[in-house]
Unconditional design. Structure first.
Ligand code: ADP
Length: 442
């Protein structure tokens, strides 16, 4: 019989072939494998400690571990316990948020696009996936949470100078509408609004949370800035409808979040289509194709399209999110799928796997793309310009001037870069992935 030390090495070797596809590393070097026991009798037991309880890959990991280890001839059984460890915060957060792992902001540029509906149902879906989840309504002028969630006892309690969040359907929630029902925010001036929001957010005793979802007020104003600086947000999701304006909205949103170094991880196109309940025909009242275009242009890793669903507004008005009211329905399934994508990308952002490359213009070499892992690509300015996908270039495929050069390069969110040109064209926007494909290893 080989020694327990040899066996341990064999086990780790076998597990090293299992990669976390989001983080791009194997589960052993990521430190997920803990408490390995049973090396003597062949009844292997160990813990797989993931970074989030909502990990959509957990069962996949379990299956892969079992399959790999059963191949070892001395192994008689395999039991994998899956747990999760709330990640340490990158930068400490204010008081009440100290034990919050990941903060997701849900924003939109306009009102009425379904942002709150998405925020509430997404929070519910994250909870159903096994996380501890909070939801903060950051809209003072039109708080929607009190309509969308009706706690049995809506009175906010104070303990040791902190506000206790209300618990509805297992979600911990806070809204100005609960804290000051009937309060008239119209008398508040800008700085006061920011202060009240800040207090509500940071003096609520959220406790240990895997995810806190912030339902931001529409727009790109000062309120967002204050809130985001204090909260140290992990990532943002933009909700939009497929009208003409949506691209402008998304660009504005990405720019605003960019200033605060918050990556916009994706876009939800809400009310994108409508299926007639009588004849089953699908209509696109606001046109189609906008989301695909946005995702291509900005390289956004998360995107979802939600149709007009009568259930969403019906349950919203009755104060029960549809993810709880109809847990096995198609609407809940769509939100669970969205939650899985959000969880995966937020893990990547948090663990630094989604760190954007640096893009520079070096006149003697070309446009240099240096990835976080040190790999470098070089692109000739002409080739880059020819790949510009703006509407003008798409229509009129005239060759660019021979000596054209980049005149300004700026990140455009976490997944794309914006390039201005010496002849005044642009800015052109390129997803980092596309840049790598255009370049040559340098
Ligand atoms: P916002 O937060 O952007 O102002 P809300 O989430 O309050 O928007 O949504 C506005 C209205 O639209 C609500 O009555 C909501 O129930 C309804 N709604 C949102 N999304 C959908 C959808 N996909 N299908 C049907 N109704 C929707």
């Amino acid at each position: 019989m080989n020694s327990p030390v040899d066996r341990e090495r064999e086990v780790l070797e076998a597990l090293r072939s299992i990669e976390d596809p989001d983080l791009g590393r194997d589960i052993v070097s990521l430190g997920f494998v803990r408490d390995l026991r049973g090396l003597e009798d062949g009844h292997l037991r160990f813990t797989l400690r993931l970074t989030t309880p909502a990990c959509p890959l957990r069962e996949d990991f379990r299956r892969q571990c079992e399959a790999r280890l059963r191949r070892l001839e001395w192994v008689r059984s395999v039991a994998v316990e899956i747990t999760s460890e709330r990640p340490a915060q990158v930068a400490p957060r204010a008081d009440g948020l100290a034990q919050v792992g990941t903060i997701l902001a849900v924003g939109s540029c306009k009102g009425g696009v379904g942002k709150s509906t998405v925020a509430v149902n997404l929070a519910g879906a994250l909870l159903r996936r096994g996380g501890q989840v909070g939801l903060f309504d950051a809209d003072i002028f039109g708080p929607s949470l009190p309509t969308m969630l009706r706690p049995e006892d809506p009175a906010i309690r104070v303990a040791d100078g902190a506000l206790l969040p209300l618990v509805v359907e297992g979600l911990r929630v806070m809204s100005f509408g609960f804290a000051a029902p009937g309060g008239d925010p119209a008398i508040m001036r800008g700085p006061m609004v920011s202060q009240v929001l800040d207090q509500l957010l940071t003096q609520t005793r959220w406790g240990e949370l895997d995810y806190l979802v912030l339902d931001l007020p529409p727009g790109t104003g000062d309120i967002h800035l204050t809130l985001m600086q204090r909260a140290n947000i992990t990532g943002a999701l933009i909700v939009t409808t497929p009208q003409e304006l949506s691209r402008v909205d998304v660009v504005k949103g990405i720019r605003m979040f960019q200033r605060l170094k918050v990556p916009v991880i994706g876009v939800v196109e809400n009310m994108s289509r409508y299926r007639c309940p009588d004849c089953g025909a699908v209509h696109h009242p606001f046109g189609s194709g906008a989301r695909e275009q946005l995702v291509r242009e900005f390289g956004l890793p998360v995107s979802a399209e939600l149709p007009i669903w009568a259930e969403l507004s019906r349950w919203g008005d009755r104060g029960r999110p549809v993810v709880f009211a109809e847990p096995a329905g198609e609407v809940a399934a769509a939100f669970l799928e969205l939650a899985d994508r959000v969880v995966r990308e937020l893990s990547r952002v948090r663990l630094g796997a989604a760190r954007p490359p640096v893009v520079m213009w070096e006149p003697s070499r070309g446009v240099i793309v240096r990835r976080a892992d040190g790999r470098t690509f070089v692109i000739s300015p002409r080739r880059l310009r020819e790949a510009c996908g703006c509407a003008e270039c798409a229509q009129r495929r005239a060759p660019p001037p021979a000596a054209v050069e980049p005149a300004g390069i700026e990140p455009m969110g976490n997944y794309a870069v914006s390039v201005g040109w010496s002849d005044g064209h642009g800015p052109s926007i390129y997803p980092y992935e596309a840049l790598e494909a255009l370049g040559e290893a340098g």
